[in-house]
Design a protein around this ligand. Structure first.
Ligand SMILES: O=c1[nH]cnc2c1ncn2[C@H]1C[C@H](O)[C@@H](CO)O1
Ligand SMILES: [Zn+2]
Length: 355
C-alpha cells in the first residue's frame, strides 16, 4: 500500500538536519518584525511564506542563503529566540517527528547585545518548553541542538567550545554551514581537532554546492561523523555500472550518514528535480541515507512532505520510510542506549503496524 501524506504525518520520523532560522512560522516573522521595525518583503503571512519559497528557489546556494537575513533579523532577543525554538518543537512534533536535531549559528544572533551563552540558553529553554507542550498534547518529541559556525567567518573555535560547554544541557553536536565554494572545511581544522579531543560529535555541510574535494576534506582532514547533504558523492560513482570510486567506497563502507535534503537541493540547483535526485541511486546502493528538511520555511516543506515527495517520485513504501527513519536514529548524536530505546519502543512498533 502506498503511504499517503496523512498516514506519513502519523508515522514516527527522525530528522537530523533542520535549521532553526530556516523554519520559522511566517506569522511569527511578521509579528517579531513589527516589534522591532524590520522591513519585510511582505507582511501578509501567506504571502511572506510564498516569498521565501520563491526567493530561495534560486538555483544557487548563495542566493538561497540571502533569504536568511529576514529570519536572522527577527531572532536577536532572548524572548524571540525562545519563541522561535518553542514553535519549532511544536511544529515538528505536530508533523510526527519524534526525534530531531535542530541547528543554528549562535554568532548570528548577537546584534542586539546578547552574549553567546544567552543565545544558547534562550534556544534551549524554547525547545524544553515546546517539547513539554508537545508531550502534554500527546506528541512527544526529543530535540537535540547542534551549534553551527559560519564557514566564511572565524569563530568556529569559539562555537566549538560553546558546544562542549553546553553538552550536558542539550547541545549534542557541532556543524559548519554557509557558502561552500571558496570556504573549505579545513579552514576550521583547529575547531574539529578540539572537538575530537573532547570526544564530541560533529557534522559538516559538504558536497552540496561544491563536490568531492569538500567531502574528502570533511571526512579525511576534519573527521566529520556525518555529512550535511553529501549528495555530490554521486560524482564518485560510475554512471550505469554503479562502480564506486575510493571516496564513495569509503563513505559506504564506513556507513557515513548522508543528511540528504531533497527539496533544498532542487532549489539550490544541486539536483534537477526530486525524481532525478541522487537519493534514488544512493538508496539502491545502500549508502547510509537519511531524509531531512534543511529549511522548512524556504522550501515550504516538512518531514512528512519530503517523504511524500519521495514516495511519489520513487514509488517507495513503508519499508523504505522505516529504513530512512532507523538510519537517522542510528546516526543521531545522542547516546547509543537512548537511540536504541527510540528505535525499539517508538519506531519499530509503529512501522510494524504499517508494513
Ligand atoms: O543548505 C545549507 N547549506 C549551507 N548553509 C546553510 C544551509 N541552510 C542553511 N544554511 C545556513 C544559513 C543559516 O543562517 C545558517 C545557520 O542555520 O546556516
Ligand atoms: Zn543545511
Amino acid at each position: 500500500m502506498t503511504p499517503t501524506y496523512d498516514e506519513i504525518v502519523k508515522a514516527p520520523k527522525a530528522l537530523l538536519h533542520d535549521h532553526l532560522d530556516g523554519g520559522l512560522r511566517p506569522a511569527t516573522i511578521v509579528e517579531l518584525a513589527a516589534e522591532i521595525g524590520h522591513e519585510l518583503p511582505a507582511t501578509d503571512p501567506a504571502e511572506l511564506g510564498e516569498w521565501f519559497v520563491s526567493a530561495a528557489d534560486s538555483g544557487s546556494l548563495e542566493r538561497y542563503l540571502e533569504t536568511f537575513s529576514h529570519t536572522v533579523a527577527v531572532m536577536q532577543t532572548a524572548p524571540a529566540l525562545r519563541r522561535v525554538a518553542r514553535e519549532c518543537a511544536l511544529d515538528l512534533a505536530a508533523d510526527g517527528v519524534v526525534y530531531a536535531e535542530v541547528r543554528y549559528a549562535p554568532e548570528q544572533h548577537l546584534t542586539a547585545g546578547l552574549t553567546l551563552p544567552e543565545v544558547v540558553e534562550a534556544v534551549l529553554a524554547g525547545f524544553a518548553e515546546g517539547s513539554e507542550q508537545a508531550a502534554a498534547a500527546g506528541s512527544p518529541i526529543r530535540i537535540g541542538t547542534l551549534l553551527t559556525a559560519m564557514r566564511h567567518a572565524a569563530r568556529s573555535m569559539e562555537i566549538a567550545e560553546l558546544s562542549t560547554a553546553y553538552r550536558d544541557a542539550g547541545v549534542v553536536g557541532f556543524d559548519i554551514a554557509g557558502a561552500e565554494a571558496g570556504y573549505p572545511p579545513t579552514r576550521h581544522l583547529d575547531a574539529f581537532e578540539y572537538l575530537q579531543r573532547e570526544n564530541f560529535h560533529f557534522t559538516i555541510h559538504a558536497g552540496e554546492a561544491f563536490g568531492l574535494p569538500s567531502i574528502w576534506q570533511a571526512l579525511q582532514w576534519c573527521g566529520a561523523d556525518r555529512l550535511g547533504h553529501g549528495v555530490r558523492i554521486v560524482d564518485d560513482i560510475e554512471p550505469g555500472t554503479g562502480k564506486l570510486g575510493r571516496l564513495a567506497g569509503y563513505v559506504r563502507d564506513k556507513r557515513v550518514p548522508l543528511e540528504l535534503c531533497p527539496s533544498s537541493n532542487v532549489q539550490t540547483g544541486a539536483a534537477a528535480s526530486i525524481a532525478e535526485h541522487p537519493i534514488g541511486l544512493l538508496r539502491d546502493l545502500r549508502f547510509r541515507v537519511t531524509v531531512n528538511t534543511d529549511n522548512r520555511l524556504m522550501s515550504g516543506t516538512s518531514m512528512s512532505r519530503e517523504m511524500a515527495l519521495l514516495v511519489e517520485a520513487f514509488g517507495w513504501g513503508w519499508a523504505e520510510l522505516q529504513w530512512f527513519t532507523i538510519n537517522a536514529m542510528k546516526s543521531a548524536f545522542i547516546p547509543f542506549d537512548e537511540r536504541l530505546t527510540i528505535i525499539n519502543e517508538v519506531i519499530k512498533p509503529a512501522y510494524a503496524k504499517l508494513l
